[in-house]
Design a protein around this ligand. Structure first.
Ligand code: SF4
Length: 459
């Protein structure tokens, strides 16, 4: 289904809201969930025998991009990196003991920070360690991806990543305009990126993804059009186009960006509008939220065959997997438990040194959470929900159980974001850009969280 840009609706509904990379969202995580709870959940999950997905967080970066809100450490201190890797290896040992060896790793993702901060030898060692601790799916169906900072790799390193087993790349582009790049302290040439894309295709990478950001200093609709033309010319399989949230009080690095250089809300809306039109006119499918993909990409196929999901990487496939998370601040999802590692490296390393899993908080979801999570997944991934079908699958009378929520959907139907009738709810072309405002109706924690004003703006 296409997407229709309605400025009036976007201004009215595009307020703050969760991105629903999980439900309940990370704001509900608390320290009553312990490492013992996680361990029990992991061991119990072996009876399901579902395959595993691994996330590995490498927090290091060579320099600071001023817009960045990630959990990262800007350093050139190799001793610090070595210590982190040593503790990460110990965590790998502790975690791998919990899971049956018969459960294959079908999906692997290295995120950061900058995973390609690690040199070839460190990456070799880390992959060897993971391969010895877990059972990797080495078939063509595996989905092994790595976030790549183009400034840290050359064509040889791209080939090396392929040799290590990675078959998907995500390149941090943000914007090709040198003026914008200068203003955010992240300069990389278009030619260099093109060279890496060609090398990745040559090395057999099946999917190449670009991350872009709109709302950065000095961007205009015209300048971003130029970036998009260059991007479309390189034909990445997937694109994520994120909205820059300027929160200098929260993220110190953002204080290096002049407020007056940031495009106005009107310009940001124009950039977004043109981005959607340009990408859709160029053959990309709008998946939802900030994601686009070519029609033969797995995200599009997963949307068609019912295996698409929202998770901590945004939209993803392999919905059936349990997610094991390794490294500082990483969030795992095993059975009915979400668990997050300590967000500070010092605490992460100390806990591991003391022989403990470095889990600091999380949540054990209840039956109501599970129902709501499935409703939100259906809306965010497939744009529709049949009340009878959902009720049968989950053994509830949907109209009774969610009577209040259905009432709360009516104004959204009146405004044209959704079509609502006795059979179910379907998101309209106009509503597709406002998915989180629609999903929020089913979020039982939302009032409390909204009052705290801790979410970024939907648009
Ligand atoms: S954007 Fe990426 S490379 Fe830049 S500081 Fe943040 S994590 Fe590091």
């Amino acid at each position: 289904m296409k997407v229709c840009f309605d400025t009036d609706l976007i201004v009215r509904y595009g307020g703050r809201g969760p991105r629903y990379t999980s439900y309940p969202t990370a704001l509900q995580f608390n320290d009553t969930l312990t490492a013992d709870d996680y361990r029990a959940s992991a061991i119990a999950s072996n009876t399901s025998g579902v395959p595993l997905s691994l996330y590995v967080h490498i927090p290091f970066c060579h320099s600071l991009c001023y817009y960045c809100g990630c959990n990262k450490i800007v350093t050139h201190n190799q001793a610090r990196v070595d210590r982190y890797m040593e503790m990460l290896y110990r965590e790998i040992d502790m975690q791998s003991e919990l899971f049956d060896k018969g459960r294959k790793i079908e999906q692997l993702h290295f995120g950061g920070g900058t995973p390609t901060y690690l040199d070839s030898e460190q990456l070799d060692d880390l992959m060897a360690k993971l391969r010895s601790a877990f059972t990797f799916d080495e078939s063509a169906d595996r989905e092994f991806s790595i976030e790549v900072d183009p400034r840290t790799v050359d064509e040889d390193s791209i080939r090396h990543l392929a040799e290590l087993g990675f078959n998907r790349l995500s390149l941090g582009i943000q914007d090709f305009d040198p003026v914008v790049q200068e203003a955010v302290n992240r300069t990389q040439t278009t030619d260099d990126v093109l060279g890496l894309v060609l090398a990745a295709r040559d090395a057999g990478f099946e999917s190449i993804s670009f991350d872009l950001i709109y709302g950065l200093p000095h961007q205009t609709a015209k300048s971003f059009d130029t970036t998009l033309d260059l991007v479309i010319g390189m034909r990445p399989d997937r694109l994520a186009v994120y909205n820059y949230a300027h929160l200098p009080r929260r993220f110190k690095g953002q204080r290096m960006i002049n407020d007056e250089d940031i495009p106005s809300p009107e310009v940001k809306l124009e950039i977004l509008h043109r981005t959607i039109d340009n990408l859709c006119d160029s053959g990309y499918v709008y998946i939802g939220m900030d994601h686009f993909a070519l029609p033969d990409d797995e995200l599009v196929l997963a949307r068609a065959n019912g295996t698409l999901q929202r998770n901590f990487q945004g939209y993803s496939t392999h919905r059936e997997c349990d997610l094991v998370a390794l490294g500082v601040s990483a969030i795992g999802s095993i059975g009915n438990v979400f668990a997050q590692n300590s967000v500070t490296t010092m605490e992460y390393e100390t806990l591991i040194e003391n022989g403990q899993l470095p889990i600091r908080k999380g949540i054990a979801v209840d039956d109501d959470d599970l129902l709501r999570a499935d409703v939100i997944q259906a809306l965010m991934c497939y744009d529709k929900l049949s009340f009878d079908e959902f009720g049968t699958q989950h053994n509830i009378d949907f109209r009774n159980y969610f009577a209040t929520e259905i009432e709360h959907l009516r104004p959204l139907a009146d405004d044209g974001l959704i079509e609502l009738d006795q059979a179910g709810v379907e998101i309209t072309q106009k509503g597709r850009l406002l998915l989180r405002s629609i999903a929020m109706v089913f979020d039982r924690y939302i009032d409390q969280a909204q009052n705290d004003n801790r979410f970024s703006k939907a648009i």
